[in-house]
Design a binder for this molecule. Structure first.
Ligand code: HAM
Length: 419
């Protein structure tokens, strides 16, 4: 073939597409019950917003962004994540001056130049939620409980929720110094990336997967132990509300997440069914980002699902995303037979039934085979006799049973099946 799909990307079509449709429609349904509305931001933004928010020394900014100059020489970047663009949109929204409390969700493609593997792509989808203007730790717990409810709506019974307290801009500098002091004892044993991190942003050392570096950071001072009283109280209150909301979690002292904007409570949902890329949802608080973008001090928190990883789990636990209404294939004999049946077929479609009409220039044999290929549930036929008698032939493809039933009975059944 002349043109191959770019590395790390996939085409989406049936049946896989039913899963992403289910992800989106469940989100619209559930998240609106918690006061969220959808926000759609551009897939590219000015490069600077990602560099400033995610952090220059993060892997994403350092190695993974798709950055280009447009024809006017502006540096733009295909969004590697959704939060920065949503914060920019929050600040551009007049409503936020009146009511700082906003709840938004989004669904769309993100782009990271990573080494593709199972569950890791260069273009992937995220379903994200962001809450602005809520400082109370109750909301950290409520957000996590909502995400757990959403996951369970796909009958995913098992996952691990890891949480940690990574402090705020008041206590982080003290911790950074402790960490730097500790790591500098091992400088020569750290990989080149970590040596750079050590001098520029020591917290990013925890993102390193290198075995030797890991052995070193596993013995490092713990970030949650360095949290100030106010961060500690926030964290303990969030744990209290998680217990009240019946959410189970494990505290992971090494979870720091790969972005500089996080503060206080961070979390990740992981599954051992996913292989090496086991995190399918991650998030936390980012209480300073709005202000760093030029807005009023506005506490905020959020999280994003990796949609492909969520779908892997849905498949692993045999969630059926197929629409549970039957799919009909209408076989037509010729042009005239098609003309006579079209009003009825249009009626069915208006009732909400998917119906595909066979091509009257093709043989009946071809149309039956096509019905099979298209995974239709029923074949429908109305020839001269059925039209004269106001009936319809209904063939169940799976059982091969064929019945001739009155049109009014069929309409009644179709109406009642589709409520
Ligand atoms: P993140 O942890 O970088 O956080 O990404 C969220 C999720 O996206 C991950 O848990 C993972 O499932 C998925 N993901 C990341 N990279 C890839 C990839 N290359 N291929 C497939 N899936 C991937 C964020 O992006 C934050 N913006 C989340 C957030 C929202 N924090 C606050 N609000």
């Amino acid at each position: 073939m002349k043109y191959r799909i770019p590395k790390g990307t996939v085409d989406l079509y049936s049946p896989h597409i039913h899963y992403s449709q289910a992800v989106y429609s469940h989100a619209c349904h559930l998240f609106t019950r918690y006061g969220f509305s959808e926000v759609v931001t551009p897939v590219f933004e000015h490069t600077d917003i990602f560099v400033r928010s995610i952090g220059e020394s993060s892997d994403i900014v350092h190695k993974e962004m798709y950055t280009f100059n447009d024809r006017s020489g502006r540096s733009l970047t295909l969004r590697p994540e959704g939060t920065a663009g949503v914060v920019r949109a929050y600040l551009g929204n007049k409503q936020t001056n009146v009511d700082a409390h906003q709840r938004w969700f989004y669904f769309g493609p993100m782009f990271r130049y990573e080494r593709p593997q199972k569950g890791r792509y260069r273009q992937f989808y995220q379903l994200g939620v962001e809450i602005f203007g809520c400082e109370n730790p109750y909301y950290d717990a409520e957000l996590i409980a909502l995400l757990a409810e959403y996951i369970e709506s796909f009958q995913i019974p098992e996952y691990d929720l890891k949480i940690n307290n990574i402090g705020c801009k008041e206590c982080r500098p003290t911790y950074n110094r402790q960490l730097q002091e500790y790591l500098s004892r091992y400088t020569s044993q750290l990989c080149n990336d970590c040596q750079y991190r050590l001098s520029h942003n020591p917290l990013r050392v925890f993102d390193c997967k290198n075995k030797a570096c890991r052995q070193i950071w596993e013995e490092a001072p713990l970030i949650h132990e360095a949290a100030c009283p106010s961060c500690q109280s926030h964290y303990e209150n969030a744990l209290f509300w998680l217990d009240q909301l019946d959410v189970s979690y494990v505290q992971d002292p090494f979870l720091v997440r790969g972005f500089d904007y996080y503060t206080r409570l961070v979390f990740e949902f992981c599954s051992n069914k996913l292989g090496a890329q086991d995190a399918f949802l991650g998030g936390g608080r980012y209480d300073n980002l709005v202000e760093e973008f030029g807005g009023k001090p506005t506490p905020a928190l959020g999280a994003s699902f990796g949609v492909e990883r969520l779908i892997l789990l849905m498949k692993e636990y045999e969630y059926s995303a197929q629409p549970d209404i039957p799919f009909y294939y209408f076989v037509v004999f010729d042009r005239e037979n098609c003309r006579q049946n079209v009003p009825f077929i249009q009626w069915m479609r208006r009732q909400g039934y998917p119906v595909l009409i066979g091509d009257y220039n093709r043989s009946l044999k071809y149309q039956f085979k096509e019905a099979d290929r298209k995974n239709a549930d029923y074949v429908l036929i109305r020839g001269e006799n059925e039209i004269a008698e106001d009936t319809i032939q209904v063939k169940n493809i799976r059982s091969s049973q064929q019945d001739n039933i009155s049109l009014s009975e069929f309409k009644q059944q179709a109406g009642s099946n589709n409520t």
